[in-house]
Design a protein around this ligand. Structure first.
Ligand code: SF4
Length: 333
């Protein structure tokens, strides 16, 4: 029987569970700041090889400021400045830039560089490296380029069941930084089943930002009828967050670039919306989604923050050197 104290039409309160940490990680922040600082220091155009980070809004904003995005180093005019994206590049790309007499600024995230260094070291020790990652992703292409003869891509548990190595006792696994933690461990378990002496990397390759965002979305998803992740379709960590949300019990989960991509029909019967954003997403896009939801009755926002982040990376060394030189010249009068 209905409670007579409640109005007959009372509905459960609509709310948003806002995940934290979300959005920009230290590597993305540094890469975007590097392009902005280069534009200010050297003037436009500044060439950027590939999307500096996988987010349309960020790329378009930098284009308006004078950044020119290219697919290949060969497209950059001789003598120009080119920035390498946060995802990292193979050594061959550095050599191409040298041949083209380009000045380079390397905005590769230090946590991707760490994986490159591990790959070089294990290859020198004659290990076969099973690199868990997604075929065709820029980071995987860059890491594989460090030791192509020694690296075999393993794109999920199915690949783990069939991958062949020259010596089953001399294998190590490494991974792309932006994978799903749970799925990666599934792949590692499958590999260990086949190669009992498989070596693990000295520390996690899946970066702190990916792990923290996945942890937060898991908590949010457990109580959400619908989860929205703000991020671009080519952003690996954003796509993984949608998968993690579904795996953690979200009624439904969608990836949207911004509020204009939300389908009003998704809200049908939804009381609790979970919201987060990928590591390459500026907060302004999340604010747009919050506003869109508020206009539809989801004005109550609760923060869900299982971890805090305080990591920051300094600008690429080439930029720091030139900024220091300019400051010294100014000080000298
Ligand atoms: S997601 Fe992780 S590895 Fe990628 S740029 Fe951000 S901090 Fe670096």
């Amino acid at each position: 029987m209905a409670d007579p104290a409640l109005p007959a039409t009372a509905e459960p309160a609509r709310r948003v569970l806002l995940a934290a940490p979300r959005g920009y990680c230290a590597g993305v922040d540094r890469a975007v700041l590097a392009v902005e600082a280069a534009l200010e220091q050297y003037g436009a155009p500044i060439y950027v090889r590939h999307e500096i980070v996988h987010n349309k809004y960020v790329v378009q904003t930098l284009e308006r400021k004078g950044a020119v995005f290219v697919e290949e180093t060969a497209e950059v005019p001789e003598g120009s400045i080119v920035i390498f994206s946060a995802h990292g590049v193979a050594p061959e790309v550095h050599r191409e830039a040298e041949r083209g007499k380009l000045a380079t600024i390397d905005a590769t995230c230090p946590l991707v560089t760490k994986v490159h260094k591990e790959a070089v070291r294990f290859a020198q020790d004659n290990y076969q490296i099973l690199l868990i990652g997604h075929e065709g992703h820029e980071e995987v292409i860059g890491t594989s380029g460090e030791a192509p003869e020694h690296i075999t891509l393993v794109d999920g548990p199915a690949d783990a069941a069939t991958v062949q190595v020259p010596d089953p006792d001399k294998v190590v696994w490494l991974s792309q930084t932006t994978l799903s933690v749970d799925e990666t461990m599934e792949t590692v378990d499958a590999l260990k089943g086949r190669f009992p002496n498989l070596l693990s990397p000295p520390s996690d390759d899946i970066c702190y930002a990916t792990q923290n965002r996945q942890l937060a979305i898991k908590q949010v998803a457990a109580d959400a009828d619908l989860v929205l992740v703000v991020g671009s379709k080519n952003s690996s960590n954003s796509v993984r967050m949608v998968e993690v949300a579904l795996g953690a019990g979200a009624g439904a989960a969608h990836l949207v670039d911004n509020a204009s991509e939300i389908d009003e029909a998704w809200l049908s019967g939804v009381t609790t919306v979970g919201l987060s954003s990928g590591a390459s997403v500026p907060e302004v896009l999340v604010e747009g989604v919050l506003e869109w939801l508020s206009e539809r009755g989801y004005a109550d926002v609760e923060l869900v923050q299982p971890t805090e982040e305080h990591i920051q990376f300094s600008l690429p060394k080439e930029l720091r050197r030139d900024l220091r030189a300019e400051a010294a010249a100014k000080a000298a009068g």
